[in-house]
Write a new protein. Structure first.
Length: 302
């Protein structure tokens, strides 16, 4: 029997990659769902439904129609600066809708795989966070994502929470770009770019999230998993890696401290995540940043 997989947020950067990968596999019958029409209609073997997950009646109809074995939620209000000033909207998408999804998953005996973030942590450390470490978000986005995690663990009997960090890869038309794409675009235009030099992350190739999600579909363990890259470096160092790989002018990269950046929304200083548990329990094997960037920018491996 083919597993019925429902992907929420299937127009988004990560959701589309999961949709594309799973719909190429005959083991799955895939339905994608988004607030808007399919951005790539006819691009694969899947069904697509336009649904507002903040509308409870629409959500109920969606579950009745699809009857999913697995639900993968990649949707979120994920711009920290916006969340900081739009609490109600952030709550509706990142907490309330997630709670309802969890309830419908429990009612329909669906496995719930939910994407979360490194921003659930405070960043006051110098070592990689494990799944056992206590969260302590420093901004409202992180608060809503942590609250969503708590709701899932309280409601669901069959779930996995997937924390990801600085997701990168080639974006499709109509999708938001990512920091590596932004750096490449600016440098190609000979424009300066200011990047923070004292915030550490473990950047994640989008295809690795898809790999991790599929492993969690087929190895139904409950709990939290860190699915990200193995390289831990500053955002300024990521920018330099882009410049070096593409042969662009790294002198246009202007490293600035968090204090100099003077951002309104606080961000964790160090939010690198340990992938030891995912490697051990799931056989997860991410690309290095170098490998992921080569795929992203179409640079041939030697």
């Amino acid at each position: 029997m083919r597993k019925k997989v429902l992907i929420i947020g299937a127009n988004g950067f990560t959701g589309r990659r999961v949709l594309d990968d799973l719909s190429r596999n005959i083991a799955y019958r895939v339905t994608g769902c988004s607030l808007h029409d399919d951005i790539c209609p006819g691009s694969g073997d899947y069904h697509f439904v336009r649904t507002d997950i903040c509308d409870n009646n629409a959500l109920e109809k969606l579950f009745e129609a699809v009857r999913p074995d697995v639900v993968v939620n990649t949707s979120a209000l994920s711009v920290p600066d916006y969340c900081e000033t739009h609490h109600e909207e952030a709550d509706a998408i990142n907490i309330t809708a997630v709670s309802r999804l969890a309830e419908y998953c429990r009612m329909h005996d669906s496995r719930f795989i939910h994407l979360s973030t490194d921003f659930v942590f405070s960043g006051n450390t110098d070592r990689l966070y494990t799944e056992e470490d206590t969260p302590g978000p420093v901004n409202y986005y992180g608060h809503t994502k942590l609250e969503g995690e708590k709701r899932i663990t309280a409601i669901c009997e069959n779930y996995a929470i997937v924390r990801v960090v600085v997701v990168y890869g080639a974006a499709l038309p109509g999708q938001h770009g990512n920091i590596l794409q932004l750096v490449a675009d600016r440098l190609r235009n000979n424009e300066e770019i200011f990047v923070v030099s004292d915030q550490w992350r473990t950047p994640t190739y989008v295809g690795d999230i898809s790999q991790g999600v599929e492993k969690l579909i087929n190895r139904p363990r409950n709990g939290i998993y860190h699915i990200c890259g193995s390289d831990c470096l500053t955002i300024a160092d990521m920018a330099r890696r882009v410049a070096d790989l593409l042969g662009l002018d790294r002198s246009l990269i202007r490293p600035v401290t968090t204090k100099e950046m003077n951002e309104k929304t606080p961000r964790p200083r160090f939010s690198g995540l340990s992938i030891e548990k995912a490697c051990r329990e799931l056989g997860y094997q991410p690309h290095t940043l170098e490998e992921g960037m080569k795929i992203m920018f179409g640079v041939y491996m030697h």
